[in-house]
Design a protein around this ligand. Structure first.
Ligand code: SF4
Ligand code: SF4
Length: 506
């Protein structure tokens, strides 16, 4: 892809090109890329050692042994690679950086080599023959660098004939590193903020209440309609949990306004919760089940405390993956919720159902200044589903966009749906200490975007993930696209939805 290289700031930005080529290998090109490590206080708050433990090699190997005992999937992933090479050119970080250690199979081998050394017969007795390695400081340094160059997007697993999931291997490696006292600052600090304050942004309850009150005023001024943004309302029908980015800034907040308008138009009572003011759960990125459970359980507690009958999740990719895949076993059963509705339900499923039933009215022409494309977020596309038919996670958001926009074009088929390219900032990598990686890793998505910009005049990218939206706002300018080109799907809904008399209530 990178036919030539251009400079922007300190970062060599891949130049987008019509011919899609696998880059020439540049061994060690990203060996310097490492996120800041978590400080002792943050580590301790998550239940991890506050610094590298003295016998860390032994602890790391034992933790790996525990993980493969607990997860048959992990053991199968480590045992079954045949080095066919099908995954090698499928990772956006490899395509954007040319570093061969960013090929998925090479990334897996960083952990697999240690697994073989300590947990396979051949690796114990003939390590040189099977690529087995001792757990050393050099190996740990490699892990810290390259397992923080994997956004756990699972694209490689779609192309692997055995479905080997590098995301699971990457989560295991990060869990081992945290367990020996080497955590990553960005993810672990955010998890710690959720434990302490309740959300990723560290937004306390009074500030949240103020934000919601001012949103009510803004929407009243804009529409003349009393659209509510309720907080901690007991007896509401629906609890909405959403990424705290939705409370904060554009383009996220436009999505929240869209949710509120949909609830208003549908006449369905809803509430946010100050106790569960965060849908995101970064614990998944570090493979920490205890933290995953501790963060998620607030949502169950809030739902029970408020007496709601349904839980709806806002626009957040990995939060939906956690909700869809793990909530039931992690914080269930949800026998106190109304089983006539999906448990949990995605905000797109809710809005789409209303559209299907003719319960919402739109004036599409208000979005005529936009030629829209949709970015499928990895965690929604490859790790969850929506609706009651296969592929609903692809068709439902697009149906919503088409209901409120006249001009929509998809990006190239090999870059959407289950083959979507990561935004470059997922999996706990959305931090400025990894900006070079984020910019380079965004190149394949930016290249697909370039194509629809040139062919169809696309000027707006809609997404349903807070991380994708933040990442795009940051990296779009590196590729000469305007940063405000990205928006929420429910931001489009918000603009086009018709409120007031004449709407059909459900
Ligand atoms: S999971 Fe995604 S980021 Fe990780 S190696 Fe596979 S394609 Fe790359
Ligand atoms: S596609 Fe699967 S089996 Fe082939 S090299 Fe990659 S991980 Fe190994």
């Amino acid at each position: 892809m990178a036919e030539r290289i251009a400079l922007m700031s300190e970062i060599k930005v891949p130049v987008l090109s019509k011919s899609r080529a696998v880059p020439f290998l540049e061994p060690g090109a990203m060996a310097h890329s490492k996120p800041f490590p978590a400080g002792p206080e943050i580590q301790a708050r998550l239940g991890f050692p506050d610094k590298l433990v003295p016998d860390w090699e032994k602890v790391a190997v034992n933790t790996l042994g525990d993980l493969v005992k607990q997860s048959r999937a992990l053991r199968v992933f480590l045992d079954s690679c045949v080095k066919c090479g099908a995954c090698t050119d499928k990772c956006h970080y490899f395509l954007g950086t040319a570093d061969p250690k960013n090929m998925p199979v090479a990334r897996q081998d960083l952990l697999r080599s240690v697994y073989r050394r300590y947990y396979t017969f051949a690796g114990k007795f003939f390590p040189g023959l099977v690529g087995a390695r001792d757990m050393t400081k050099e190996v740990l340094d490699d892990w810290y660098s390259y397992f923080h160059q994997c956004s756990q997007c699972r694209r490689c697993s779609v192309f692997c004939p055995f479905g080997i999931d590098t995301a699971e291997i990457s989560m295991a490696a990060r869990h081992i590193m945290s367990s020996v006292g080497l955590g990553q600052k960005y993810t672990n600090e955010i998890i710690s903020k959720v434990h302490n304050i309740g959300n990723n942004l560290g937004l306390p309850e009074p500030a949240l209440a103020d934000t919601l009150a001012s949103l009510e005023e803004d929407v009243k001024e804009e529409t003349g309609v009393d659209v509510r943004f309720p907080l901690d309302i007991k007896g509401a029908e629906v609890l909405v949990v959403t990424p705290s980015a939705d409370f904060f800034a554009e383009p996220h907040i436009d999505g929240l306004i869209g949710y509120a308008k949909v609830f208003h138009a549908a006449g369905v009572s809803w509430t946010l919760s100050s106790h569960a003011s965060e849908a995101s759960n970064f614990s998944m990125f570090i493979g920490s089940h205890s933290n995953l459970q501790r963060v998620a359980v607030r949502i169950r507690e809030a739902a029970q405390e408020l007496g709601v009958r349904r839980i709806i999740v806002g626009e957040c990719g990995h939060a939906w993956r956690v909700a869809y895949n793990y909530w039931n076993t992690l914080i269930g059963p949800f026998d106190f919720l109304d089983r006539n509705y999906p448990i949990p339900q995605h905000i797109c499923e809710f809005t789409h159902d209303l559209i299907d039933r003719g319960a919402l009215r739109f004036d599409k022409s208000v979005n005529d200044d936009k030629v829209v494309t949709f970015h499928d977020s990895c965690n929604v596309s490859r790790a969850s589903r929506m609706g009651n038919h296969p592929g609903g996670q692809f068709t439902i958001p697009r149906a919503i966009i088409r209901a409120c926009c006249n001009h929509f074009y998809d990006m190239a088929p090999e870059t959407i749906h289950e083959k979507t390219f990561c935004c470059g900032g997922g999996g706990g990598l959305l931090t400025d200490d990894l900006l070079e990686l984020r910019v380079k890793g965004a190149a394949p998505r930016m290249n697909a975007l370039r194509q629809v910009v040139e062919e169809h005049g696309v000027n707006h990218v809609a997404a349903i993930c807070a991380i994708c939206k933040s990442q795009f706002a940051k990296v779009l300018p590196y590729y000469q696209f305007p940063m405000n080109m990205v928006g929420s799907v429910h931001g489009l809904v918000s603009k086009a939805i018709q409120l007031g008399p004449g709407i059909k209530r459900v």
